[in-house]
Design a protein around this ligand. Sequence first.
Ligand code: NAP
Ligand code: HSE
Length: 431
Amino acid sequence: MENKVINAALLGLGTVGTGVYKVLKNQEEEMSAKIGSQVKIKKILVRNLEKAASKVEDPAILTNQWEDILNDPDIEIVIELMGGINPARSYILAALNAGKHVVSANKDLIAVYGQELLAAAEANHVDFLFEAAVAGGIPIIRPLKQCLAGNHMSEVMGIVNGTTNFILTKMTQEGMEFADALALATELGYAEADPTADIEGLDAGRKVAILASVAFNSRVVFDDVHIEGITKISAKDIRYAREMGCDIKLLGVARNEEDGIEAYVCPMLIPSGHPLASVNDSYNAVFVHGDAVEDAMFFGRGAGELPTASAVVGDIFDIVRNIRSNCTARIGCTCYKEIPVKKMEDTHNCYFLRMQVEDRCGVLAEMTAVFAKYHVSVAQIIQKETKAQDCAEVVVITARVREGDFRTAIKELETRDSIRKISSILRVYNK
Ligand code: NAP
Ligand code: HSE
């Protein structure tokens, strides 16, 4: 096949769009040798032409009219890096229906409308690839769909949000409180002006939905994922966790159990010896378990201009190879099963519980009697005196128990006068 130019268009020229433009420029010299074609960015869709002009060599490629791209038959690949649901959804669908291949990093969209987009790609026999949508520069979608396809995956979990990992690292290593660590993350440019999606776990929840769908070959959408953020974590929780041999991380967990899929994001204690406990700062890591490969871990930069662009360009190059070999749409939607997603109350975990109790004889016996009624067994306990009179702080880690039973036990404990306050409840990762 001749060494033809393949024209592409970028939708959006923000952090990732600019990164993709730079990485493609940087690859220009060896691209033909590497993939047999030259990828040319023929047009870039932006809202503000003036603002974008200084970011490109030839401002004539900028447009604020989507139709300039959609109606250009020479553009074979559309790279959506605008983010958000609309108009990204309608632009991607229109591009696919026009027979164009699409690359996207848009987890917000894919976690909700992934099935629709993949179905449109399949119907039009084109590629829709989204490696950058989960954990930025870390390869995980393609490894799951291709290199690990010979497995039944039972678990995919990890640290998939860099901002919250940075905040928790500062709280752990420097004893900072949440608000101070968030302020530092904002000052250093890790956290966005509105950090809600990161600190409330929504960003990680979208990634868990996508990871679970790909790993278990069964559709999991954003609404299926139970989500809790890190805003209630205190430096004190972290200190107690460490005393008990654990660190606290915001984990995204997806498990394929006999009775269904579990999918959740929450701050969890993880044994300090687990490889994920030493993934610090803004780094991400994804840990998978398959019946053939056993454990495998993927580590790296989960966000940022060039790391995310690295994943996007990998997808673009894959599509170019497919076009050249006349084998596009080779790997589309891999969700061929319909596994139910379990309710959170039916999941099983160990729990960390910090509470203030009356400091008198018999209080612990009262607490364990309530626990026993609901099958909650204590695995570790610490008791410390507090400054308040007649009050002690008790920290418990339970054995594995059904969440619904644990919650019922907590409700009953809250009615007891001897339990003055339950300050924290966290899950403990224990597989
Ligand atoms: P960003 O910096 O906010 O850039 C978005 C770009 O899209 C801006 O240039 C914006 O133009 C443009 N845009 C938005 N709506 C548009 C519209 N209707 N028409 C034309 N242009 C439009 O966002 P980003 O950080 O690059 O993220 C892009 C995507 O990558 C998102 O889906 C995000 O979730 C995903 N992602 C990002 C990262 C990361 O590290 N940043 C990592 C993984 C995945 P204006 O500047 O004029 O508004
Ligand atoms: N805001 C995300 C993070 C990066 O902090 O990891 C984009 O997915």
